[in-house]
Design a protein around this ligand. Structure first.
Ligand code: FPP
Length: 251
């Protein structure tokens, strides 16, 4: 798969897209409520959610989705109980360990976005390894956001840019939207065409704030552990009927 064109990276001006979304981003919400409605601890819902991740990744090629970006842990999620946070961290470690072989075999390239320095060393190493062993894959580009926040990402990007200015490596007069885009965690990804949030909440919750400026949104009531490949396919097919103008008008 070739690198995204400027059109795909958000520089589009007044074009309609047509066809299905190439990049779908998902806010996987509702695990806790799904578990609690069954009288189970919240982590039970996260485990069920992890199984759905596998199913949705597998569904991508047939739906023409080249890029899937999923919100697994936000910069705000540290506020949860210690039990839930450490349970999620061990779920991420287990997911990487158990799925690594399958992801390689199925042609999935995995990337992580977010500030990984706050994560435990073992998880960081597993993340690095998974990125490394899948780097030649291109059937599906799976990006997992862990300790990710859109504002944090922009702040880190601006900090790095400021360092380059201070060292004389970047002329501030040349800074524009494209420059900032190149400093974001998502620099090699196209902007999402479609952002799906499950569980009936209609919020962005600090996810891909810069990148989703012109994305289409789907807020659906289904809780994430009930989000089947069939529900995913319905979201993708509804997108095809949308008219994207990127601030322009129809010719
Ligand atoms: C939001 O639901 C979900 C999360 C904060 C965690 C998402 C994690 C997974 C789906 C686990 C698997 C991920 C990978 C990559 C293996 P919530 O807990 O806020 O639900 P609630 O709103 O019902 O409480």
């Amino acid at each position: 798969m070739s690198e995204p064109s400027p059109q795909e990276t958000g520089d589009a001006t007044g074009e309609t897209t047509g066809g299905g979304p190439k990049h779908v981003a998902v806010i996987m919400d509702g695990n806790g409520r799904w578990a609690q409605s069954r009288g189970k601890p919240r982590l039970f819902g996260h485990h069920a959610g992890a199984k759905r991740v596998k199913e949705i990744v597998r569904a991508c090629p047939d739906l023409g989705v080249d890029y899937l970006t999923i919100f697994a842990f936000s910069t705000e999620n540290w506020k949860r109980t210690q039990i839930e946070v450490s349970g999620l961290m061990s779920l991420f470690r287990r997911y990487i360990q158990n799925e690594m072989k399958g992801l390689v075999a199925e042609g999935v390239r995995v990337r992580f976005i977010g500030d990984r320095l706050r994560l435990d060393k073992k998880l960081q190493t597993l993340m690095d390894d998974l990125e490394e062993v899948t780097r030649d894959n291109s059937k599906v580009h799976l990006t997992i956001a862990i300790n990710y926040g859109g504002r944090d990402e922009v702040a880190r990007a601006v900090k790095e840019m400021a360092c380059h200015v201070a060292k004389g490596e970047l002329d501030p007069e040349t800074v524009d939207e494209t420059t900032l885009t190149r400093y974001l965690d998502t620099r090699v990804l196209p902007d999402p065409d479609l952002v799906i949030r499950t569980s009936g909440e209609a919020r962005i919750s600090n996810f891909l704030l810069w990148q989703s400026a012109y994305s289409e949104y789907e807020f659906i009531d289904t809780l994430w552990p009930d989000f089947t490949a069939e529900v995913f396919a319905q979201c993708v097919s509804r997108y095809a009927g949308r008219d994207r103008r990127f601030g322009g008008v129809k010719p």
